[in-house]
Design a protein around this ligand. Structure first.
Ligand SMILES: Nc1ncnc2c1ncn2[C@@H]1O[C@H](COP(=O)(O)OP(=O)(O)OP(=O)(O)O)[C@@H](O)[C@H]1O
Length: 618
């Protein structure tokens, strides 16, 4: 007999965590809808399992007949026939067992598939604000652990419940009709087992929960340490010993709780075996006495003894069933919680097409404040008890400006002034809280996301690359682009030579975060990605990290190519960009403080002139 965490919790009376969460009828109905999809599979499974349960009482009865036939001195052929029947029942049981495992696996795996793909698709629709808040580990755990918890409910807990009830009912009926006295005696011992089992169950449940936490802490540490930036930091600061000590402390506590769990589990199992053995002794004693006094035959004593062993397992199973089901439903609830989180940014029902041609970006009296945590995230994904429902301070105030087709507008200003926020708004990563942003006259909120992203490309500072081939990284959003076109683009990005020399050319895998590439190459790859997408407008966050002069020149040439004839809004960090810009906007505290060309602004000797001497002139 094996028992999962919930099973131990049930025996130990550790119900707080599951019962405190009021499970609404809605959750149960919704959970049922997942099972109901595979109704036929479930019915076949239940029927097969119930048949299997009925068969388990048949062989003890047949064994009793064999004993009676021997005692009565019947013909050998009777014994042989009974033995063949016992063999037949065993084969039938084996076949039913395989079928039922197959059905339950199909049912469970299909549910896992449904839930996983549903959560994955939904999470993808969430706004960037959600990802900036949620802990990746917590999110991944929803896709893994909770989905498996829900699967357990469908594939194991529910069917086991049905099987236990059938087994118990059939066994009890046969036992009671054979000898109600012996049945009662064997049941009297049950509380003797269940009472200490509750406290042992509590210990095991506590330890199991602790161990899960410590395992998670170990996992978190490994994820951090084994990432390239994490490993680099540890090396640079000579922290290996500290990290090793921390890891070994955690691993040691996992070891200690592992031993504890094993010991208490074996105590529990031994107790179960012992109580069954004691009950068996009672059956032999009382049964033997009844047989000798003639009120029972020898075969019935054997049947009773064999049936007894089939009584305790379903009884223990049923004692834990309620909490097992509750805990599985909690998993469902945690999944539904994610599925019910409404994406803040969605496409309108009938999106307006952004008119073709060069793109004009208009900011019309734009106000913005970042959404409150409670609007975009879940407390349970951030390891917070409650989420802050206060919105942040207003970040942008009444911004008015237009970037005409083909123009370059540079944003400059102090750190935290709001430049990146402006850039994010144009790609509709967030919605404005006042005023509007229009592309060729169409409000971003009236356009389809796909349309916006086809027309406006963005190159962020960190030039993130996925751990996949150069080709896959370059063709994001445009998977059907030909290799010829890719090479042509690489030429423009001043990367053709570098990629040409790579061992597998376009199929070369770039490491997580593009670690196998130099800083300049990574930036140029990000620019090439933009060129493949070929949008009419570009939002560019110039990298602040300085490169060597050759790299810098290559990046600059690639950028010049990329911005050529495109509408561009650039968060400028390079002197050459601001000098060439058609218009410079000086942003301070979310407001446009000054605007004009490099020459005009320098002449006015204001904030720009100050920035020019501190930031751009080296
Ligand atoms: N996700 C967020 N949630 C809440 N506030 C944010 C968020 N991102 C930025 N802010 C705040 O918005 C303000 C503007 O930040 P933003 O990143 O736009 O400035 P920036 O001008 O791009 O700065 P830098 O040049 O340092 O990148 C800052 O006060 C910042 O703390």
């Amino acid at each position: 007999m094996s028992m999962n965490h919930a099973g131990w919790a049930a025996l130990g009376g550790m119900r707080r965590s599951t019962e405190q969460q009021a499970l609404t009828a809605g959750t149960i109905r919704r959970a049922w809808s997942f099972i109901a999809r595979y109704r036929t599979l479930l019915i076949v499974y239940l029927v097969v399992s119930a048949l299997g349960a009925v068969l388990t009482v048949v062989s003890p009865i047949l064994a009793g007949y064999v004993v009676n036939a021997i005692v009565d001195g019947s013909d050998v052929s009777v014994v042989v026939r009974l033995a063949l029947l016992i063999a037949g029942v065993a084969i039938a049981e084996a076949i039913l067992n395989v079928i039922s495992r197959w059905q339950s696996a199909s049912l469970g795996e299909r549910t896992i598939y449904d839930l996983r793909t549903m959560v994955f698709d939904h999470v993808q629709k969430m706004p960037v604000a959600f990802f900036t808040r949620a802990r990746t580990g917590a999110l991944v755990s929803r896709l893994n652990n909770d989905v498996i918890g829900a699967q357990t409910a469908i594939a194991r807990t529910l069917p086991t419940l049905v099987m236990n009830i059938v087994t118990l009912a059939v066994t009890l009926v046969v036992m009671l009709t054979t000898s109600w006295q012996i049945t009662l005696v064997s049941l009297i011992l049950l509380p003797v087992f269940l009472l200490p089992a509750r406290s042992i169950g509590a210990r095991i449940a506590n330890q199991t929960r602790e161990r899960a936490k410590r395992n998670a802490a170990m996992g978190d540490q490994m994820t951090e340490q084994f990432s390239a930036p994490g490993a680099t930091l540890v090396k640079l600061f000579g922290e290996q010993h500290y990290e090793s000590d921390m890891f070994s402390t955690r691993a040691d506590s996992v070891r200690a709780s592992g031993v504890q769990i094993s010991v208490w589990t074996s105590v529990f199992m031994t107790m179960l075996t012992l109580v069954s053995a004691l009950a068996l002794a009672a059956v032999y004693g009382l049964g033997g006495y009844q047989a000798l006094s003639g009120s029972l035959n020898a075969g019935d004593v054997v049947t009773m003894a064999l049936l007894l062993t089939r009584l305790y397992t379903p009884l223990t199973g049923l004692a834990t069933a309620r909490v097992e089901l509750m805990s599985a439903l909690v998993s469902f609830e945690r999944i539904f919680e994610v599925l019910d989180l409404k994406p803040m940014i969605t496409d309108p029902e009938t999106p307006k097409a952004i008119p073709a041609g060069g793109v004009r970006i208009e900011f019309d009296d734009v106000d913005f404040q970042y959404p409150a945590a409670s609007e975009v995230s879940l407390a349970s994904l951030e390891e917070a008890a409650v989420l802050d429902s206060r919105a942040s301070d207003q970040v942008l105030h009444g911004l008015n400006f237009t970037v005409h087709p083909g123009q370059t507008v540079a944003l400059v200003g102090s750190s935290g002034a709001g430049k990146s926020t402006i850039a994010n708004l144009v790609s509709r990563l967030y919605d404005v809280t006042g005023g509007s942003i229009k592309l060729n006259g169409v409000d971003l909120r009236d356009a389809a996301a796909k349309d916006i992203h086809n027309r406006v490309g963005m190159v962020t500072q960190d030039s993130h690359l996925f751990h996949t081939s150069i080709r896959d990284n370059l063709t994001l959003g445009h998977r059907d682009v030909s290799d010829d076109k890719i090479w042509e683009t690489l030429q423009h990005a001043r990367l053709a030579e570098v990629v040409g020399e790579m061992p597998e050319g376009l199929d070369t895998i770039v490491g997580e975060r593009g670690y196998r590439l130099s800083g300049g190459e990574r930036q140029r790859l990000a620019i090439a990605r933009l060129l493949v997408a070929a949008p009419e407008a570009v939002i560019l966050d110039e990298a602040t990290a300085s490169l060597d002069s050759t790299s810098e020149a290559a990046v600059q040439q690639a950028l010049d190519d990329a911005l050529e004839a495109r509408t561009a809004l650039v968060i400028a960090h390079r002197l050459s960009t601001v000098v060439k810009a058609d218009q410079i906007l000086v942003i301070e505290d979310g407001r446009i403080l000054e605007r004009g060309t490099h020459k005009q602004l320098l002449a006015s000797s204001g904030r720009y002139a100050e920035l020019y001497t501190t930031q751009f002139q080296q």
